[in-house]
Each structure stands twice: as structure tokens, then as C-alpha cells.
Design a binder for this molecule. Structure first.
Ligand code: SF4
Ligand code: SF4
Length: 219
């Protein structure tokens, strides 16, 4: 493949030629795939939400010759000859629960397996680990969660960006990112709150009560 002349990118360095969603793009070196898509005139990609100031975990499938991998477009730099395809946004989560209804921590493990029955079917295939762009040991975290170690499991998901690439790779449809969210929610729900936070919330509650009692508040 011949390089596009340097003038094509308005840079002194030669362009990097790649395709994004099937469209040929001449990008500046050191651009990310998201930047290359913007500057290369690739039509707006559903799910790339940083254009709206919200991370959309823009998942891309990458083909380098015969090798196919997945990653996040905002943390992948352009490469000569690479083919990138933005994947559609992740599906709506299928696991539903109300954390405020958890009142007895002795039941947490049983509730977890009711909500995520697939979690105990892990095949130890490493698909989730290989697909995670944040380098999380998803498989170990799932197995910790299935054994009831929710705090340890939840902490392993701290870097998770909810891209759901692990879910797409899981033959048992375990939805690891949502298991991670559950672990963090249930741990926080049963953890004692910091005393200074409790004190400040109590101050605010009293301020609200005083505001309601004040005659000025009825004007
Ligand atoms: S959803 Fe989280 S754990 Fe799963 S692949 Fe993405 S970053 Fe990794
Ligand atoms: S992809 Fe699914 S089945 Fe495979 S190791 Fe990960 S959680 Fe287990």
C-alpha cells in the first residue's frame, strides 16, 4: 500500500493509511482511532458518546492481516494497514434487582446466584481476560463473586469502563461487567458509611427541616 502524501494530513510526516468502517482514511501518526474517524470524515458512529461528553466505551474490532482482536477506539492508535470496525453499543442489561431490597447480608450469596445463575457456569476459557482492554483479570473476579467474595471481586473491577467486550466473549453469557457492578453495589450497601459523611447528611437534613418550618419558605 502506498502512503498518502504528507500534504494529505497537513503534517510534515507521512500519513498513516487505514480503513475505519470500510472507509479509507489518511490519518496523522499518533492519532487514536476516534480522532482518525473524526478527521477522516467517517460518518457519526453510534455509541461514540465522547462527542457528547460521556464515555460510550467505543468498542472496535481490529484486523491486522489474519489477526482479529478487540479494543477501545480511544486508546488504540492508528497503524498502517489496520482495518477497524466500530461495534454496536452493548445490549441492555438483562439482570434486574433493587439493591435497597437487600436487608440481610446472610442472603447475599443466594440472591447473587438467583440474579446471575450463569456465574457458576464459568468454563475458565479466559475469553473475558483476553478481550478486556483494561487488563482486568475478569475470570478470577467472576470466580471470587461466585464464591461470595463480593468486596474482593468488586475491587478488581475498579478500572472497568463497562464496554461489555468481556460479555461478548463469554460463551456462558455471564455479563461480567454487571457482576462487577453488583459486587461494588452490595459491598457499599452493607459497609458502614464514613462518620463525616453521615454527619454532613444529618446537617443537611436539619437545614431542610428548618427551611420548611421557616415562614419565609411559604412565600
Ligand atoms: S466491561 Fe469492564 S471488565 Fe469487561 S471487558 Fe470492558 S473493561 Fe473489561
Ligand atoms: S469468558 Fe465467561 S466462561 Fe470464559 S473464563 Fe470468562 S467468565 Fe468464564
Amino acid at each position: 500500500m502506498t502512503s498518502t502524501p504528507a500534504a494529505a494530513t497537513g503534517d510534515s510526516q507521512p500519513a498513516v493509511n487505514l480503513t475505519i468502517n470500510g472507509i479509507a482514511v489518511a490519518a496523522r501518526p499518533a492519532m487514536t482511532l476516534v480522532e482518525a474517524a473524526w478527521h477522516g470524515g467517517v460518518p457519526r458512529v453510534t455509541g461514540v458518546s465522547c462527542l457528547e461528553s460521556v464515555c460510550g466505551s467505543c468498542r472496535v474490532l481490529l484486523r491486522r492481516g489474519k489477526e482479529v482482536t478487540v479494543d477501545l477506539a480511544c486508546q488504540t492508535f492508528v497503524e498502517e494497514g489496520i482495518e477497524a470496525v466500530f461495534l454496536p453499543p452493548q445490549a441492555t442489561p438483562k439482570h434486574h434487582y433493587e439493591i435497597s431490597e437487600f436487608t440481610d447480608s446472610w442472603n447475599n450469596l443466594a440472591r447473587f446466584h438467583e440474579i446471575f445463575p450463569e456465574a457458576s457456569h464459568c468454563r475458565h476459557c479466559h475469553g473475558c481476560v483476553r478481550s478486556c482492554p483494561k487488563g482486568i483479570d475478569v475470570e478470577s473476579a467472576i470466580n471470587l463473586a461466585a464464591a461470595g467474595h463480593f468486596r474482593d471481586a468488586g475491587e478488581m473491577f475498579l478500572e472497568c469502563v463497562m464496554c461489555d467486550l468481556c460479555d461478548s466473549a463469554c460463551p456462558e453469557q455471564i455479563a461480567p461487567a454487571h457482576v462487577g457492578l453488583f459486587c461494588r453495589r452490595v459491598s457499599a450497601h452493607f459497609r458502614l458509611r464514613p462518620p463525616n459523611l453521615i454527619q454532613r447528611l444529618e446537617e443537611q437534613r436539619k437545614e431542610r427541616l428548618l427551611g420548611q418550618a421557616s415562614p419565609d419558605s411559604h412565600e
